[in-house]
Design a protein around this ligand. Structure first.
Ligand SMILES: [Zn+2]
Length: 393
């Protein structure tokens, strides 16, 4: 039996049936566009008159566009609905080394991007973002911006919205929302990068309709987004999912979090470059992209480094599979470019799965490079479209 959260009952009762129906209609258009009103009524079970009045409001509010697109027998031409792609979202993907600002339509189709080195402190970061956002908005006069979504390599306190844990980005305790809202006049949404990727998967990816999914981002560190029962899992302090900092080897390398031998010190891009034996080289050794290229060219050391990384990735993924029981685990990161090399090693570790029933599917993200940015669009939209209503359709 579902337990009712009494502290939240005011919120729940303030959402009228009409609001819920509005979200259902919006999500149906999103997932099935172009779609007719009759089909929306048929799929949702809502009355035709209800669908008509909701869609009229959504068209008036600028969310939907109606156009003549259908051809049926006897000359009938039903009006098909689709999302209004004129609405523009701003997505910001902050990574430890680089930051991307991009603009997108409602379907997460991006038409503009700028990339710059991530400033070393939160103070400088906010200054740089403010300048760039204001310049971007000035160059797009006449455009209505819907809001700003930001993906961060860290955890955000759900109450204060302050960045509370970011071992690979030294912006500890950054409070981004007030200055960026003030500078742009737009609403700003923040999310952990792995959570943003999980949202991208369920909103725009092939994992639509999946209710139990884990996303693992592998880059300088390892981030995990846990999406269970159709919603993101956050935990009491927003820290749920920090499996990257679970100790795998108490004698392992020192981690950015201060502990030793965390999973990310053994299975991240940084770990792979450390595994590469650089003693015969004059320079500091390859970065991760160069390591991938070297392995492709038949460099034995590079291949061995990737293999070691893959084994540790597999061990950590097995922990997630056993502990969380997801239907699928999606891997995001450059390592997926070497999928034919790493997948057999990862799957070998997963096949040691000790529970009955099938192990979760381990799949590389379709467009991992864009996953965080697509997630930022979902962040802006989910307020209007509902966080989980669409997964039940
Ligand atoms: Zn750690």
């Amino acid at each position: 039996m579902r337990k009712i959260n009494l502290s939240n009952i005011q919120v729940a009762s303030s959402e009228t049936a009409r609001d819920i129906n509005r979200r259902i209609v919006l999500n149906l258009v999103r997932s099935r566009q172009p779609v007719s009103r009759a089909d929306i009524a048929r799929i949702s079970g809502l009355q035709r008159s209800t669908v008509s009045s909701i869609t009229e409001c959504l068209i008036a509010d600028g969310w939907l566009i109606a156009g003549l697109m259908g051809h049926l027998p006897r000359g009938r031409r039903p009006t098909f609905l689709r999302l209004n792609t004129e609405r523009v979202m701003i997505g910001i993907d902050i990574r430890p080394t680089k930051t991307i600002i991009a603009t997108s339509d409602i379907n997460a189709h991006f038409d503009y991007q700028e990339v710059f080195p991530t400033p070393p402190s939160a103070e400088e970061g906010i200054k740089e973002l403010t300048l760039r956002l204001q310049r971007l908005m000035q160059t797009r006069k006449g455009v209505t911006f819907e809001g700003i979504g930001i993906s961060l390599p860290g955890r955000i306190n759900p109450q204060t919205k302050v960045l509370c844990f970011s071992p690979n980005l030294h912006w500890q305790n950054a409070d981004l929302i007030p200055p960026l809202t003030q500078a742009t006049g737009l609403e700003v949404e923040l999310e952990n990068a792995a959570n943003a990727c999980a949202l991208a998967e369920v909103w725009f990816g092939p994992s639509d309709n999946i209710r139990d999914l884990v996303v693992v981002t592998v880059s300088e560190g390892i981030g995990i987004g846990v999406y269970m029962n159709g919603q993101l899992v956050r935990g009491a302090d927003g820290m749920a999912g920090e499996f990257g900092h679970v100790t795998m080897d108490p004698n392992g390398p020192i981690c950015g979090c201060g502990n030793r031998g965390c999973w990310e010190t053994l299975a991240s891009n940084r770990a792979a470059t450390r595994y590469y034996d650089s003693k015969n080289r004059q320079d500091a050794g390859p970065n991760f992209k160069e390591l991938l290229a070297l392995a492709d060219q038949g460099d034995v050391q590079a291949a061995k480094a990737l293999d070691t990384m893959a084994v540790y990735l597999g061990r950590g993924l097995r922990m997630l599979a056993v502990g969380l029981g997801p239907a699928a685990i999606v891997l995001v990161g450059e390592v997926t470019r070497a999928w034919s090399r790493v997948a057999p090693l990862i799957n070998k570790e997963i096949s040691a799965y000790p529970l009955p029933g099938p192990a979760p599917r381990i799949v590389p993200a379709v467009d991992g490079e864009m996953a965080r940015l697509r997630g930022t669009v979902a962040l802006v939209l989910q307020k209007h479209f509902g966080a989980s209503a669409f997964t039940d359709l």
